[in-house]
Structures are given as structure tokens and as C-alpha cells.
Design a protein. Structure first.
Length: 296
């Protein structure tokens, strides 16, 4: 039976992250896994040979510090004609937080106002002071993840300090400032696969920002999204073209949903008791997708 299983390529981490540790045993029941661990000594011809019989490649190494290495691998496999989840367009273009805001505006998706921050912040000194008079801002690197390159500022002086700290962390990476949404310590994550919601989670933090070590800083519970939230999330996944999608949301003071970020290849381990079910949904989708792609 093993020889009859289809092959699935996986761009992964060398030591396996939390998602991979739970997901891979399920995938191995359905596929012969061909792993491409990062970091690696990438040789073009070897990659081409190793991926010869692959139709589908999954990326599970989307977080820093591997995000940009993974992106190059994604583009390489796309060049070989493989279907990659998620695509370089969704992974690189749509996750850019400045382009995220533009996409939301274009498609009338609710999100806090966002502002591009030039490298020389002094160029927008007067404008930034005016914006901060309307309320706090959250400064982010355009490709920050797990809250590591995120700082809040209430005044212009705090903004200068926040930008200075972020510049040391992320170098020349561009920054955006998103209007801070007062939310106590509660936020939401909705995960979709193939346009279908497979998990909805409420996050209870200890402070305004989600911590990198979420299993120590936060608590989670599952919830059932209402019709408005389901429609919003499904429209968002379609607009952004992300097959495996984690949408971060908050509610404003009037209880309206706001999109905060969209993440491709999201974590699946927020609720320990739900890890296996969520990953089974992903594995089942990959089997169905692989069959469909091979029929083309």
C-alpha cells in the first residue's frame, strides 16, 4: 500500500515546529512525504530532480527566521510547475501589511486605518503628530509575525522610540502604523482551508499584544462564529487568494468585526484538544486537492 500513496512535497523546518510535529504523522498516513527542510544548501538541479513526481507542495516554514528562505523555495517550485500552498503571491504580496490594507480598502473589508512609515520618519513629523492626536498607533514591520516586530505608541515621542527599536530588530524592512483598536486583552483567530472555516478561537492575553510565547502568555477557547463573521472571513480568504489561511480579528467599541492581519500557513495548535481534528481537516483537503490537480 505504501508504494501507492501519492507524494507530497513539504517545505519545512529542520527541527520541526509545533504545527509540523502534529501534522506530519497525519500526512504520512496519506502521502509519501518529500521533505525540503530549511535552512538547507539549495541546489537547483537537485530540487528539480527531487520534486519530479510532485504535483503539490505544502509550506510549513512560513515564520521567521525562515520566511524569506521559504519564499524562494516556493517560487522555485512554482517555476517547476508545482501547486504550492500557499502561493508566492499570497505568501509574499498579500501578507505585506501595507498591501493588506490596500486590499481591504479596495474590496470594502473592515480594517483599522493604516499608514506607511517612511524610513526617515521626520518626513511625516507634522502628519504623524496629527494622526496620534486621534488615538494610539501600532507600528509593525510589513512582514512581522508572532508579535515580534510590533510596538504601540500614544505620543510622537513614543512613536520615535518605537520606530528606533523596530529599526534595530528588522533593519531596512518597511514599517506601517495601524490604528490601535481598544480591545482589552481579547482577540480572535479564524482558520480556513479551501475557503471553509475549520477553527475559530478566542484569545485571552495578559496584555494588549499577543506574545511570542503564546502558550505561556495567553489562553484560548473555541467559539462558533456568527453569520456575519463567517461571511466576512470567507470573503477575505477569497479576496486574498489564500488556501490555508489564519485571519486575526478584533471587535471595535460598537461590537463590529475588524480585520487585523491575514496569515498564510497559520499555526494549528492554539487549542490543544483540537489539534488533531484541525490537522485532519488540512490533510483531507490536501488529498482532495492533489487528486484534482492530477486529473488536469
Amino acid at each position: 500500500m505504501t508504494s501507492l500513496r501519492r507524494s507530497l512535497g513539504v517545505i519545512c523546518t529542520a527541527r520541526y515546529n509545533a504545527t509540523e510535529r502534529h501534522l506530519f504523522p497525519l500526512l504520512e498516513k496519506k502521502f509519501r512525504l518529500v521533505l525540503f527542510p530549511l535552512p538547507a544548501d539549495v541546489e537547483y538541479q537537485q530540487l528539480k530532480h527531487s520534486s519530479h513526481d510532485l504535483t503539490l507542495v505544502l509550506n510549513t516554514a512560513g515564520d521567521m527566521p525562515y520566511a524569506f528562505d521559504a519564499l524562494e523555495m516556493i517560487k522555485t517550485f512554482e517555476g517547476f510547475g508545482k501547486h504550492v500552498i500557499d502561493s508566492s503571491r499570497s505568501f509574499y504580496y498579500r501578507e505585506d501589511k501595507w498591501l493588506f490594507y490596500q486590499t481591504c480598502m479596495k474590496h470594502h473589508l473592515p480594517t483599522p486605518p493604516s499608514y506607511y512609515i517612511p524610513h526617515n520618519i521626520g518626513l511625516m513629523k507634522a502628519k504623524l503628530r496629527d494622526i496620534l492626536r486621534e488615538g494610539p498607533l501600532v507600528f509593525k514591520g510589513v512582514y512581522s509575525d508572532t508579535g515580534r516586530a510590533v510596538k504601540r505608541a500614544k505620543t510622537y515621542e513614543e512613536a520615535l522610540r518605537a520606530v528606533k527599536i523596530l529599526r534595530k530588530q528588522i533593519g531596512l524592512m518597511p514599517l506601517v502604523a495601524q490604528r490601535y483598536v481598544p480591545h482589552g486583552t481579547i482577540s480572535y483567530r479564524v482558520t480556513l482551508i479551501g475557503g471553509k472555516i475549520i477553527q475559530s478561537v478566542v484569545k485571552y492575553g495578559k496584555n494588549w499584544k499577543e506574545g511570542k510565547l503564546f502558550w505561556k502568555n495567553e489562553k484560548y477557547r473555541l467559539f462558533t462564529p456568527d453569520l456575519a463573521l463567517r461571511r466576512l472571513c470567507q470573503k477575505t480568504a477569497k479576496v486574498f487568494g489564500i488556501e490555508w489561511c489564519g485571519i486575526d480579528l478584533m471587535k471595535d467599541s460598537q461590537g463590529r468585526w475588524l480585520l487585523i492581519e491575514v496569515n498564510s500557513c497559520p499555526s494549528m495548535d492554539f487549542v490543544l484538544s483540537d489539534i488533531e481534528r484541525a490537522n485532519e481537516k488540512l490533510a483531507a483537503y490536501l488529498v482532495t486537492l492533489d487528486k484534482r490537480l492530477r486529473r488536469k
